[in-house]
Unconditional design. Structure first.
Length: 401
């Protein structure tokens, strides 16, 4: 197979996903237009050399519908020969887009692909697209559907993670993100978003709170206790009979933030990069996806990471840096415990608890963050992984060039 290289990675800052958020007035296609034009300008890229743009979007309706990938390509003024496709693998969509682009290049069917994702959560509310998983009573009963927050609380109950444990992790996410932002660790990839008049809407991630402590988080009420009392606890306990009761320990402060954002990754073969005059930054070594138990839902990162590592004959200890999406604090904590990985090597610049989780874009965002940190520290290998709705996991291993 053809080797797959990453030539560049860009993202918007993440804006609070509410009407008073700084990116609320920017449409999803405007976020993508901004990044596509930045990717072209900073690489002096002849866009006719790009075969396809593959984008993740978890809620592809309204302003995010109608194959936003192709529309964004045209709106950005890219060559009309560049195709575009939009996909959804729930929260893994942004990384799935990169993995699909890598497979296209590895097969030799295409030479250069842009991949990433977008989610404007202030404009398109989560769940707007419906779907049988949550909306069809027969299906959600048969599958043991419960909201993800209850799943996170179930994991914490099984693993013995206390509220203080989770809050300590969350506080560290904010502190790490604040330090990374202050030291300029995100500047290589973040592209400020401007309005039609050229005025900056947002230049840095908006939801980082440097003053966050375990004590300040202690005042927040559990977010998913009422959902549990509505019958979802009973559904979970019917499947996990060793648990006496579910301790509701997740809240707004130790769960991922709702935000707006987008990200793009430019991947291609060595020959395509040379033709475009680009220098590779990293090589995509392996990708993997897996299904996991759908009620607990959030345990997929561990088997996905093991699957990717196993294909390369590697062990978790062979990975220098990890990005494990902070959907809820319990996810990276459990994944790191399962894999025997020190949290000192996980999300070293903070994660989605501090900076937010723009669903369709997050996978591409954390891959870009991983690449930047490998380069900054001179380390070699990194693994990005996310838990996924419906019980799935995804993982991508990269190696710095």
């Amino acid at each position: 197979m053809t080797d797959i290289y990453i030539y560049d990675a860009v993202r918007t800052p993440r804006g609070k996903g509410k009407k008073d958020g700084s990116l609320h007035q920017a449409t999803p296609v405007w976020l993508l237009r901004t990044l596509l034009q930045a990717l072209q300008a900073r690489n002096s890229l002849d866009t006719s050399l790009v075969d396809d743009v593959v984008l993740g979007c978890v809620t592809p309706v309204g302003e995010q519908g109608a194959d936003i990938a192709r529309i964004a390509v045209l709106d950005a003024g890219w060559h009309e020969s560049v195709a575009g496709v939009t996909l959804s693998r729930f929260c893994a969509s942004g990384l799935e887009a990169v993995n699909l682009a890598a497979a296209k290049v590895a097969s030799g069917m295409e030479q250069m692909v842009v991949a990433g994702g977008v989610e404007s959560m202030s404009r398109i509310p989560m769940g707007s697209d419906g779907g049988a998983w949550a909306m069809d009573p027969r299906v959600n009963t048969a599958l043991g559907f419960i909201p993800q927050g209850v799943s996170a609380d179930l994991i914490a109950s099984l693993e013995g993670f206390s509220r203080q444990d989770l809050d300590a992790y969350a506080a560290r996410s904010h502190q790490r993100a604040a330090k990374a932002r202050a030291e300029g660790h995100f500047k290589k990839s973040v592209v400020p978003v401007k309005d039609l008049n050229g005025m900056t809407l947002l230049a840095e991630d908006e939801t980082i709170r440097p003053s966050t402590t375990v004590e300040s988080l202690a005042s927040l009420s559990p977010s998913f206790e009422m959902m549990g009392q509505m019958g979802f606890d009973a559904t979970a306990l019917a499947r996990y009979t060793t648990v006496e009761r579910i301790h509701h320990v997740h809240h707004a402060g130790n769960s991922s933030g709702i935000v707006d954002g987008a990200a793009l990754v430019l991947v291609g073969s060595k020959e395509a990069g040379a033709k475009a005059g680009l220098k590779p930054r990293a090589r995509i070594r392996m990708c993997a996806v897996t299904g996991s138990e759908p009620t607990i839902m959030l345990t997929g990162p561990t088997p996905a990471a093991r699957k990717a590592l196993g294909k390369l004959g590697m062990k978790p200890t062979d990975i220098d840096l990890w990005e494990i999406n902070e959907a809820f604090a319990t996810v990276p904590m459990k994944t790191a415990r399962d894999l025997g990985v020190s949290l000192d090597r996980v999300n070293v610049n903070g994660g989605a608890i501090a900076m937010g989780h723009p669903l369709g874009a997050t996978g591409a965002i954390i891959l870009g963050t991983l690449l930047d940190e490998l380069e900054r520290t001179g380390k070699s290998t990194g693994l990005a992984t996310l838990c996924v709705g419906g019980g799935m996991g995804i993982a991508t291993i990269i190696e710095r060039v």
